[in-house]
Design a protein around this ligand. Structure first.
Ligand SMILES: NC(=O)CC[C@H](N)C(=O)O
Length: 353
């Protein structure tokens, strides 16, 4: 008798073992990362998703809060072939359902073939397959989570001091902690602003750079962030990571589209078109830039040619689709933050009036 079930939108229901009880639903995605489960499970970009680990053993070096990217577990549920007790207990304490002892290869191949899909999970002594199906049927498409930013953003402005070398206004659409620390470590004061900050809120911190963070869900739903980008383009240098790249691009007249199953892992090869150099990158996204608008493509994914880096020298904009801050993942692309610091030195400040 199983005590956990996962129902997929294609009609399949898989039996599993409950490791943290509960019922939930979300968009079923997978990561191929073989390390960094603490960082992935606390990455706000996973809100409203059910995260499957393709690597079979998750938790073999414990759980340490120093590695967390935010204060709570962000995916709706975790799925792995085998979760250690440390991870299972952490997820149970956080009230996040977790299941293991199922064929995660079947989930990965299904998502690869059919795309990210709705799923429902029921785990615990009284769980039934019907409960999981009921959850799956109540799951809404990711783009219907129109105010997803409210789940993951600060509600009040918060300043992280790094020494005053620059003032960076960071629109927190669900920022990973290591994006903030990558900037403070380079001397910047980071003014973290809510995802729905107004242009006046941004001007009030007199920033040298506007930085749009990573975040969950459909970038088109971050309407206020689009308005801020539109307002300051040309007057203030801008940088963005992942959702930040997507928001900046579409605010300037480009567009984004949903990918079949996205990129999630720590070994995605990215080629810089100006240097021909290839680096390994950390990724976690389900949308991609389609039309780049006024921005030039600087970097592409070696596997599928999707846009990984954009810039516009005149507008002083640089963006990345992958996660240069790593955490987890290779540190090949940390130099992006030095480029952001260079942008901060380049122009007169915007001042509040
Ligand atoms: N990590 C991110 O910022 C993800 C961006 C967006 N939610 C996507 O899935 O593409």
């Amino acid at each position: 008798m199983s005590d956990a079930y996962i129902a997929l939108a294609d009609g399949r229901v898989l039996e599993a073992r409950a490791r943290a009880p509960g019922r939930t639903r979300g968009e079923l995605v997978f990561t191929t990362a073989y390390t960094g489960y603490e960082e992935s499970l606390t990455d706000p970009s996973y809100a409203e998703q059910v995260l499957t680990f393709s690597y079979p053993l998750i938790g073999n070096y414990g759980v340490r809060t120093e590695r967390f990217e935010s204060e709570s577990v962000q995916p709706r549920a975790a799925v792995a072939r085998e979760l250690t007790d440390d991870v299972a207990e952490w997820l149970e304490d956080e009230g996040v359902p977790a299941i293991d002892h199922l064929d995660t290869r079947e989930i990965v191949t299904t998502v690869r073939e059919e795309g990210a899909m709705a799923c429902g999970i029921a785990a615990g002594p009284d769980a039934t397959p019907e409960d999981a199906v009921e959850e799956m049927e109540a799951c809404v498409p990711m783009s219907d989570h129109v105010d997803i930013g409210a789940q993951v953003s600060v509600s009040e402005p918060t300043v992280y001091e790094g020494g005053g070398a620059a003032d960076i206004a960071l629109l927190d659409c669900g920022a990973k902690g290591s994006i903030i620390s990558s900037l403070t470590e380079r001397g910047a004061d980071v003014h973290v602003l809510p995802y729905d900050a107004t242009p006046a809120d941004v001007a009030a911190v007199e920033p040298d750079v506007l930085f749009v963070s990573n975040g969950p869900g459909d970038p088109e739903n971050f309407v206020a962030a689009h308005e801020v980008v539109d307002e300051f383009a040309g007057d203030l240098p801008m940088a963005g990571i992942c959702l930040g790249q997507q928001v900046i691009t579409s605010a300037l007249g480009g567009s984004t589209e949903k990918m079949a199953f996205g990129h999630r892992g720590v070994n995605q090869p990215v080629k810089d078109l100006r240097t021909d150099k290839v680096v390994m990158t950390t990724q976690n996204h389900g949308y991609t830039v389609d039309d780049t608008g006024p921005l030039d493509v600087t970097q592409v994914n070696v596997n599928d040619d999707t846009v990984e880096g954009l810039d516009n020298e005149e507008l002083e904009i640089i963006t990345r689709q992958y996660h240069p801050e790593a955490n987890p993942g290779p540190h090949d692309s940390l130099g992006f933050f030095d480029e952001v610091m260079d942008l901060a030195q380049s122009t007169p400040h915007v001042t509040a009036d």
